[in-house]
Design a protein around this ligand. Sequence first.
Ligand code: ADP
Length: 787
Amino acid sequence: MSSHPLSSDETKLRLDRQILAVLESISDGFIVLDTHWCYSYVNRAAETILQKQREDLLGKNVWEVFPEAVSTTFWTKYYEAADTQTIVEFEAFYPPFGKWFHVRVYPTESGLAVYFQDITERKQIEEDQLRLAAIVASSDDAIIGKTLDGIITSWNLAAEKMFGYTAQEAIGKHISLIIPVELREEEDVIIQKLRNGQHIDHFETVRVRKDGTRIHLSLSISPIKNKEGQIIGASKIARDISERKQLQQHLHFLSHASKVLSSSLDYKMTLQTIANLAVPQIADWCTIDMLAEDGSIEQLVIAHADPKRVQWAKEIRKKYPLDMNATNGIPQVFRTGTPVFAPFISDEMLAATVVNSEQLTLLRKVGFTSGMTIPLLVNGKAIGTVTFALAESGRHYTQADVAMAEELASHASLAIQNAQLYREVQQSRDQLDIILQGVADGIVVYDTDSRIIYANEAAAQMTGSTSVQTMLKAASTGIADKYEIVDEQGQPFPRSRFTHIRVLAGEREAQATIGYSNTQTGKPERWSLVKSRPVLDERGEVTMVVTIIHDITERVLAEQRKDEFISMTSHELKTPVTSLKGFTNVLQRRLAKQGDEKSLYYLARIDAQLNKLAKLISDLLDITRMQTGKLTFQMEAFDLDVLMCETVENVQATTITHRFLIEGRTDARLCGDKDRLGQVFSNLLTNAVKYSPRANKVLVGLSRDQEQAIVSVRDFGIGIDEAHHQKIFERFYQVTDPEERTYPGLGIGLYISREIVERHHGQIGVESRKGEGAIFSVALPLLAEGK
Ligand code: ADP
């Protein structure tokens, strides 16, 4: 602010017409205030600036019209001019108008003349410039100006920090000051682009610092134009991306390393690979040490880009083994389980780790600059260490490097644990194998593609394989070619009925008796009972199938011998029984004529027993026939209802305790062996009477649907527990219950019945609960129309 002594000319400021005309035409504001601070003149420009009509101002007190101006710069400066009678000039912001003014206040005899100019625009430009300058100065990015010839014209603080040159050192120099020799051409390309008015955005490159080290940068360069729009230079913003680059490198290394770590269970090999990966991007030297069983430190891996130096380092380590009790370096990390990080390695630090001056000389030669040792922790204990060291590259590790190394170490520790676990599992698997190999039953484990994944010795023997190995290589069933698999009837056994296939198809347990038939002789050589069960995962899905093969050759052979015996004896018995029956009949007729009632009574009992005997023999013969596939059927069309009435009538004749009640009708014509089916129903009716000693009726239900006729026999007897429902249809199976009284029989009636029904393409089944009676149902297909 300047103030001048008041000149006599100025004090005699006259507003004659000419001056008035000038004042009216100027674009700056001009007002005159009298000694009471009231407006005595206001020019046109002042009207606009003050946003008031002249009439509203003239004669009014300025502080009353503009109360907001009180206690602003305006107020103080106006008073200053009035008090000191000097010209006061100032710049001030008037908030109500949001404008900056340049004001000059001239004291006059009769008050003050005030001249004011709106300088808001200029102020803004100035402020912008200031702001820009502040930004440039405080920016973390280096901002550099240069001419099109590459001469540096400006150089901010960040540039000083980034490149190590002060502004003084850099300005006036050529930009090649910071460009690596091999990248000089890059500058030509950049300049060319700038001359064409192009911008360069986020161009990643490398520059050199004053100390010769390299720095990764992202450059954005824009042309600088003069007022005429000519390109006269360039401004360059350089951002340090070394950290980002390093991060990328770390990530790249880590992802590579973790892939390697998870790919193999041989952790020694894996760690070697990791060390090799680390050199030279991450480290100049990398060593991995492990705790040996005797508590000493064993160097597992040492890596360096130059194999000769690796050899050399190994020899040094041999000569100077690590002392577990040392208070620094690798031993310390082993003991404490915490990393050791040395961003800078000093000579004193080296001296502290050596045992003699020879070792120190050797270490000095390597020229370590920075290093870190990270523990490989398993359950909180260091079982190994990874050491990264920098030497010839002259770099230094940062905290970010330590974080990366720790991440790597945790991956590596996991891999080591995995490998250990695997070894343990392998060991217990080996033990299990020894046990399973000793088991007499064959054990085969299938995967979900029905491939064999495990088999023991016994399984290989039973299935005819020369060894477990050949069995594992064999096709899905694992059964040797010399055998054909047959069922109990000697029929080929389809693959779909193999127990492991049935379990894979959804059954929870599957069982089958199979014979190994010699393909040359066509005779079964061995028999086995095969049982399969699934192994489920936690979601209940099948992961594998375990099949147990139990050799039953001996049992089957014994059964065959028994069958042969039964077959023979029943044949032998049949003839005497037939003649006994014949003679009994002759005797009956004779005694009837003589009227010997008592003898007739005994004869009737003999006859009834003979009937039972005959039925037994014929059942046994049927079984023999079924066994040898010789049970024949006389097929003919017949009326089922008629057959049922006859059968019920016959059985009714043998009992006085129970009444048979037929309910409904089938109206069905069937094609089948009438006598054999009659045998089935007769069996069911007899059983119904036999197993309901306290009841007095049996219900015979007849019905049909579109495809089949259904006969059901319902009794109100002892019933059958669900556990026996399947088994009662097996040969010689009888329900034995210590509480129940025993019922005579052989357990073959239902077995024969099922065979007969199934040979007629029908089904037989039971519904019952212990103590609640039983319903046996037979469903038989109807004779197709027109047959
Ligand atoms: P058997 O009656 O000669 O013993 P079966 O083959 O006819 O032989 O029957 C097999 C077994 O089924 C019988 O021993 C008996 O335990 C059971 N059983 C058959 N029918 C009935 C029934 N109606 N009620 C209760 N149990 C029965």
